[in-house]
Design a protein around this ligand. Structure first.
Ligand SMILES: C[S@@+](CC[C@H](N)C(=O)[O-])C[C@H]1O[C@@H](n2cnc3c(N)ncnc32)[C@H](O)[C@@H]1O
Length: 275
């Protein structure tokens, strides 16, 4: 494994801080992906094996494990492999997947980036849940690699935001204002083109999700700064006061108020590609 350098460690720490605030304020719909997993799962005894790529701090994987434990009969052993290069996410993950609740799960967490990960194991389910954004130019190769790592009845699930998600506007605005950050980021529509080019068939389910951005409008709020960092995918303290106002204006122009919350749309979609 290639160890992260000092810059990467700093980036992982910043990403972890902002993703924690993001998760708390995200009106996320994890159920669609869970339902698709249950619909397509057709395992052969003795084992159901899952690979989670970019597992993050584990919030979703806990739900996946709980769902699969209810779905599969006692004759199956659940094997769950997570790939997560961020050391702080891995720490949270290992705390969340509490050994006493998950004693019957054969869990392994790998610290590599997926591009550096290798196994000869085969999986029933491989999922990239909101993680393929971070592997630019490797998407096609990673889909091909995933298809090879699936069992005969296996399937790949890819969850990503769709083009209309406000976060793409804020990320690109940050880049235009500062000359730094990302000028391109993967969206589900682009992912569909990549999978089309590979000649693979798939099913896509679209659904709405929202983010409560109230904190971003609070002066001198560290949580608000962390959330804005996520919307920039960079350090928002690089923005001048005037540039910050422009970012807030962009968010404000997309807000709908509900139950005292300032919600912006982050629509998402989940794609299933069967082997
Ligand atoms: C938006 S988070 C999603 C976390 C989790 N799947 C979820 O839905 O909450 C993206 C994750 O991808 C991970 N990631 C980034 N680059 C990666 C790579 N090259 N290989 C594997 N994971 C990566 C990040 O560390 C982060 O945990």
């Amino acid at each position: 494994m290639v160890s992260p350098n000092e810059i990467e460690i700093k980036l992982y720490e910043a990403y972890d801080a902002s993703y924690q605030v993001f998760l708390k304020n995200w009106q996320v719909n994890r159920q669609v992906a869970l339902d698709l997993m249950q619909k397509h799962l057709n395992p052969q005894p003795p084992q159901v094996a899952v690979l989670s790529v970019g597992a993050g701090p584990g919030d979703f994987d806990v739900q996946v494990i709980d769902t699969l434990k209810q779905k599969i009969s006692k004759e199956f052993k659940l094997r769950y492999v997570a790939v997560e290069p961020n050391h702080l996410h891995r720490q949270r993950y290992e705390q969340k997947i509490n050994p006493s609740d998950f004693a019957d799960v054969d869990l392994k967490v790998h610290p590599e980036k997926i591009e550096e990960f290798w196994t000869d194991e085969k999986f029933d389910i491989i999922h990239y849940t909101h993680s393929m954004y971070h592997m630019p130019d490797h998407e096609q190769q990673l889909v091909q690699k995933a298809m090879e790592m699936l069992k005969e009845n296996g399937f790949l699930l890819l969850t990503l935001d769709t083009r209309d998600a406000v976060i793409f506007d804020t990320i690109f605005k940050y880049a235009a204002l500062t000359g730094e950050g990302f000028t391109d980021m993967l969206q589900m529509e682009k992912m569909q083109e990549i999978v089309d080019n590979l000649g693979l068939s798939y099913e896509v389910v679209n659904y709405p999700e929202y983010m409560d951005v109230t904190l971003c409008f609070e002066e001198n709020s560290s949580a608000g700064k962390a959330l804005m960092d996520f919307f920039c995918q960079s350090d928002s303290s690089q923005l001048s006061d005037e540039q910050r106002q422009e970012m807030l204006h962009l968010l404000a122009s997309n807000i709908s108020e509900k139950d005292g919350k300032k919600l912006v749309p982050l629509p998402a979609a989940t794609m299933v590609i069967c082997k």
